[in-house]
Write a protein that binds this ligand. Sequence first.
Ligand SMILES: NC(=O)c1ccc[n+]([C@@H]2O[C@H](COP(=O)([O-])OP(=O)(O)OC[C@H]3O[C@@H](n4cnc5c(N)ncnc54)[C@H](OP(=O)(O)O)[C@@H]3O)[C@@H](O)[C@H]2O)c1
Length: 280
Amino acid sequence: MNTILITGVSTGIGQSTAAYFLEKNNWNVYGSVRKSGDAGDLGGNPNFHELVFDVTDRPARQRELAKITANGHALSILVNNAGIAPSGPLEVMPAEDIRQQFEVNVFGALETTQDALPQLHATREKEPELPVRIINVTSVSGIVTSPFTSLYSASKFALESLTDGLRRELLPFNIDCVSVAPGPVKTPIWRKALGREHLYEGTRYDFILDKLESYVSNAEKGGIPAKEVAEAIFAAAIAERPKTFKLLMAKSWPVKLLGLLPTRTVDKLIWKNINSAKRY
Ligand SMILES: NC(=O)c1ccc[n+]([C@@H]2O[C@H](COP(=O)([O-])OP(=O)(O)OC[C@H]3O[C@@H](n4cnc5c(N)ncnc54)[C@H](OP(=O)(O)O)[C@@H]3O)[C@@H](O)[C@H]2O)c1
């Protein structure tokens, strides 16, 4: 049996990915939740092991990761999936929201990787043929920045860069690091981040607030199912030579086109979209 650790399996992509690996029957699946019991139905599978930690909590993270070796399992795949997406205008976003975005999406992923790496090295030494990998769940927001989710984008740009850095630093040890970058996915991530819009009432950005709800429901309606991301993560885990960056969208050509256009044209196109309320 191979062993995988996925952070953030309470809902969405993490939960779907854990379920997908469990269906394959030859994986020990460790999944992290912040509250015991949050893994829901996954908990009924004997090959699922719940770890309880917040990715920003080093002692808890280290204590829980130690359970993998204590169980005699050799970790070969780490999926850094846990993430949050608070939105708002950069000018008036509270410092705590700014910091928390990076604490979870960037430092949480990097420090989980640091804590998991001794186990990944040990597996590599014991089983030279086994794929030993780190898979970071990044986003299309890690290649295109939309206003008012700019901070989320900044965190995903950072995670893309860390992915390249880790892959290059770990090359001598034959441990791979790749990213899977979905566009909108049907998960509760944006809805979970709602509730702080009042912070922007009365600021010069309150004109954007009524577009927020339509953005969230469009992202949910137009998103791909989380299972498609799970399939891409599975492919990245088992492929002989996985793509270093896998963009995963129903229609990826508009994003690729944006990359070819002059930046100021992209600025105008984005605002045209916002004004038509397709996307804020
Ligand atoms: N949905 C999309 O459209 C989309 C697109 C591209 C990329 N992504 C990325 O996909 C990943 C998963 O997101 P999702 O869409 O599946 O959202 P989700 O359903 O909200 O799942 C996020 C997971 O991360 C966990 N989490 C949040 N903060 C945490 C913390 N401090 N410590 C540990 N776990 C924490 C959540 O746990 P709780 O339930 O306890 O909050 C949840 O299990 C994220 O990295 C996200 O950026 C999502």
